[in-house]
Design a protein around this ligand. Structure first.
Ligand SMILES: Cc1cc2nc3c(=O)[nH]c(=O)nc-3n(C[C@H](O)[C@H](O)[C@H](O)COP(=O)(O)O)c2cc1C
Length: 401
């Protein structure tokens, strides 16, 4: 029987989202490339890190608050940009509002179904995300528009890569939702009436337009038009990143950094934050996991700018593991997407509370009061010897550290 009521975990949200969505829409949310190795690797590498746990002297007052890109956050967690959320009416505004109520912020995708002004009304701290797509004058037009509309910051995604799709058949999504497309799409949609009904009850149809990618010439392009523009554009140089920082004027995050030298180049380009991210496995299937790339990048950054990480984060404990290995905060992708599909704004609020509870439990487990005091000494990674693998003379080291 289908489960109802509040979400109990990300896995629960995922099960419910899957039941709700027509197959091609569900597979568009799964995304991935190749065999989907990066999606799995991101999660597995997080799972394989464990805590150095303690008992006795449990901390009572826990501090989860932090600042990222100049913003105060109630916990070290942000919602990462996710494109084309035609999964519910007002999907982006709902997620942004849930983030605002939880005291955190939201990244609005460059290929979102809603425009920035609507989403800023739901969460005035929303960050706008930028893909490198189309001629430079169009990219600049978008950057100036986000700045003038009041985006609290800009996320420049650097790791998009045109290439082969997935080894499985994700099913086809129409380029436009019109009568012809509806007729073709009907067999896939019919077994999942609630998805479409949510729109019809609002007198709407799911739209595959992406106004955030619009320009004066084409204010409301389709997702397919935007993707074509991104995939036929050479990705930005470091000079381009510096130019965008200057033109935007506010805080800028470079998303998709995986290499310590690239992190240094991003800092030289003037960014305020970097995100260690492999796009949740949606670009190249031969990348290492985000958590395994994090420590060397964080070391290279050495506190000069904020370091974020995303990819595979499904529990509050994952946030604490990433912070122990050098992140200042973590971004959620599919974890909040499943919650949004399953239960709308209320689902995202529930999942954020589940994350908050998980962060607190993890801090108590490692006996740390503040997220700012986390370090590598609080976790055991698969590359570190476990107690029983150490030579007898080394036994005491990990126990006393
Ligand atoms: C369906 C989907 C759409 C995405 N769209 C965007 C996007 O428009 N812009 C972007 O920078 N990242 C995008 N991402 C990547 C996410 O921001 C984030 O890096 C990734 O989801 C993190 O991995 P996780 O889903 O395992 O948490 C997307 C990811 C998914 C799954």
């Amino acid at each position: 029987m289908a489960q109802t009521g509040p979400l109990t975990s990300v896995a629960d949200a995922h099960r419910r989202a899957r039941r709700r969505l027509p197959r091609p829409v569900y597979f568009a949310c799964i995304g991935g490339r190749g065999e989907g190795n990066v999606i799995r690797r991101n999660m597995e590498d997080l799972e394989n890190i464990v805590f150095r746990s303690h008992v006795g002297d449990e901390p009572e007052d826990l501090n989860l608050e932090t600042r990222i890109m100049g913003q105060h956050l109630s916990m070290p967690l942000l919602l990462s940009p996710i494109g084309a959320q035609a999964l519910r009416p007002d999907a982006e505004a709902q997620a942004a509002h849930a983030a605002q109520k939880a005291g955190t912020t939201f990244g609005l995708s460059n290929v979102a179904s809603q425009g920035l002004p609507e989403v800023l009304r739901a969460n005035p701290n929303t960050l706008a995300q930028l893909y490198w797509g189309g001629p430079k004058d169009e990219i600049l037009e978008r950057v100036h528009r986000y700045r003038d509309q009041g985006a609290a910051g800009l996320i420049v995604t650097l790791d998009w890569s045109k290439g082969p799709g997935t080894d499985w058949d994700p099913g086809k999504i129409p380029a436009k939702v019109n009568l012809k497309a509806m007729a073709q799409f009907a067999p896939a949609v019919a077994p999942y009436p609630t998805w479409l009904l949510t729109f019809l009850l609002r007198g709407q149809l799911p739209t595959l337009h992406v106004p955030q990618f619009g320009t004066r010439e084409n204010p409301n392009p389709t997702f397919v038009e935007a993707l074509d523009a991104i995939e036929s554009t050479t990705q930005p140089t470091w000079q381009d990143v510096a130019w965008i920082k200057e033109e935007f004027g506010g805080p800028v995050m470079a998303k998709g950094i995986f290499d310590p030298d690239d992190a240094r180049r991003a800092i030289d380009a003037g960014v305020d934050a970097i995100s260690v991210s492999n796009h949740g496995g949606n670009t190249v299937d031969e990348k290492q996991s985000a958590i395994s790339a994090l420590p060397t990048v964080a070391k290279a950054v050495n506190g000069q700018v904020d370091v974020l990480m995303d990819g595979g984060v499904r529990r509050g404990s994952d946030v604490v593991k990433a912070m122990a290995l050098g992140a200042d905060a973590v971004m959620l992708g599919r974890a909040y997407l499943w919650a949004l599909i399953a239960r709308g704004e209320v689902g995202v609020s529930e999942i954020l509370q589940i994350f908050k509870d998980g962060i607190k439990q993890s801090l108590r487990t490692v006996r740390v009061e503040s997220v700012h005091d986390l370090g590598p000494e609080h976790v055991i990674t698969p590359h570190q010897p476990r107690y029983w693998e150490l030579a007898p003379t080394e036994y005491t080291a990990p126990l006393t550290s």
